[in-house]
Design a binder for this molecule. Structure first.
Ligand code: FES
Length: 152
């Protein structure tokens, strides 16, 4: 981590009491700041909060909101639940894969986009559904998908 990264990390720690109860909040802030949980940040979190590193890893790997690998600035999620599957989620995903040049779980080299597949997100009436940085898009036509992603 750079000196600037360490300053950001310190600023995050300063917002929380230094105990185990702050663990999830601290990790959420680190994820938001760095778009993933760098290994060094998790080590410093364990030291600062006085919790075992194994506990930090166990929380970091339990929640889908956390990533241990770098992710892009824009997270694109395509729902592949039953309703979305029936309404063409596979075609939608194909368009995004070829347009972004990545497969689900991957990030573009310029760190702009990460593509993910999720299960039903509770918006079946709008199937097929795509979520771009937490903004829901429903009834997405495959030929509009890439445009929506680049616009957000
Ligand atoms: S199956 Fe996609 S929102 Fe329910």
């Amino acid at each position: 981590m750079t000196r600037q990264d360490l300053t950001k990390l310190t600023a995050i720690f300063d917002h929380y009491p230094t105990d185990a109860g702050s663990l999830i909040g601290v990790l959420q802030d680190i994820q938001r700041e760095f778009h993933y949980l760098p290994r060094e940040a998790m080590t410093k979190t364990a030291e600062t909060l006085g919790v075992p590193l194994s506990k930090v890893y166990s929380v970091a790997t339990f929640y889908n909101a956390f990533s241990l690998t770098p992710r892009g600035d824009t997270i694109v999620r395509v729902c592949k639940g039953t309703a979305c599957h029936i309404k063409g989620a596979d075609l939608l995903l194909d368009q995004l894969e070829s347009g972004l040049g990545i497969k689900p779980g991957e990030t573009t080299e310029d760190m702009k986009y990460t593509l993910e597949v999720v299960n039903c997100v509770g918006a079946c009436a709008m199937a097929p559904v795509m979520i771009v940085n937490n903004k829901y898009h429903g009834n997405v036509a495959c030929n509009r998908a890439l445009k929506l992603v680049k616009k957000d």
